[in-house]
Design a protein around this ligand. Structure first.
Ligand SMILES: Nc1ncnc2c1ncn2[C@@H]1O[C@H](COP(=O)(O)OP(=O)(O)OP(=O)(O)O)[C@@H](O)[C@H]1O
Ligand SMILES: [Mg+2]
Length: 269
């Protein structure tokens, strides 16, 4: 049997503050993510979401516990092997798109292929064009990002994240800068392309509606992860945001109850 794509065992991250005090940002996270999975992690501002994503993306190092990527304990890898694994196997999508200004949509999507295998490098223009076509932007390939709408820029960013066919896609508030309809379209596209290539997708969001589009949702609260619908998540949600928590709130947000569909951050009293 092959190992899961990602396995987190009691994963921890703490930092030493200037006051010498230790801040425990992640307090022991257990999570398994298989290829083809779509997992959403919801949490208030400051709950540790980006910190967790940076560990999953091999950008930062954990301070305790284990993170296995395809069965490999990443803490044993040197910086160069981590960077190689990250480039070849992980794609990132951010809230603010992070496209290079002054470069066309096509050049942005070609960028990751500069560091790919020789085969990818020599076919970079063709591969990037195919990916732009896949996200419905083939006709905008020569456009600069500043001439594209927010939704289009995010689709370029999705194409760039996926052009090397990563096995893991990490999305940090991917719909945060988009209106609801455009955001839903971008999420559907991400989910669809991830599924096509059997990649795992981990989405981080404030938005219960976005979380509802995933297969499994978790709540991150004060550095502890719990399955949405669990007692801990229910308590945390009702204690911190004062909304009716529980599986139904996340699985089926109702349009006539604004408290259920509003982003967590904004429903805080
Ligand atoms: N290097 C660091 N040094 C000190 N504190 C840090 C560091 N990194 C993160 N923190 C603190 O850890 C907490 C979690 O940060 P993180 O960025 O993971 O939150 P988040 O859930 O992504 O929030 P947001 O929704 O606002 O993006 C915050 O209180 C933050 O100030
Ligand atoms: Mg964050």
């Amino acid at each position: 049997m092959s190992a899961p794509l990602l396995e987190l065992r009691d994963l921890r991250r703490s930092v030493r503050l200037p006051s010498r005090e230790e801040l425990h940002i992640l307090r022991g996270i257990d999570l398994t993510v298989e290829s083809g999975d779509h997992v959403a992690i919801v949490g208030r501002s400051g709950s540790g979401k980006t910190t967790l994503l940076n560990l999953l993306g091999l950008i930062d190092h954990q301070t305790g516990g284990e993170l296995l990527f395809d069965g490999v304990d990443v803490s044993r890898l040197g910086d160069r092997r981590r960077a190689r694994l990250r480039g070849a196997s992980i794609g990132f999508v951010f809230q603010q798109f992070n496209l290079l200004e002054g470069r066309t949509a096509l050049e942005n999507v070609m960028m990751p292929l500069m560091y790919g295998s020789a085969g990818q490098f020599w076919r970079r223009e063709k591969l990037a064009l195919e990916m732009l076509e896949r996200v419905g932007l083939a006709d905008r390939a020569q456009q600069l990002p500043s001439r594209l709408s927010g939704g289009e820029q995010q689709r370029v960013a999705v194409a760039r994240a996926l052009v090397r066919r990563p096995r893991l896609i990490l999305a940090d508030e991917p719909t945060g800068a988009l209106d609801v309809t455009t955001g839903e379209a971008v999420m559907a596209l991400l989910d669809e392309i991830a599924r096509e290539s059997d990649a795992a997708l981990v989405t981080i969001t404030h938005d219960l509606q976005v979380a509802a589009l995933s297969r499994r949702s978790y709540l991150l609260d004060e550095g502890v992860l719990s399955g949405v619908g669990s007692d801990r998540a229910r308590d945390a949600l009702s204690a911190t945001v004062g909304i009716r928590a529980g599986r139904e709130a996340v699985a089926a947000p109702s349009a006539d109850d604004p408290a259920q569909t509003a982003p967590l951050q904004e429903t805080q009293a």
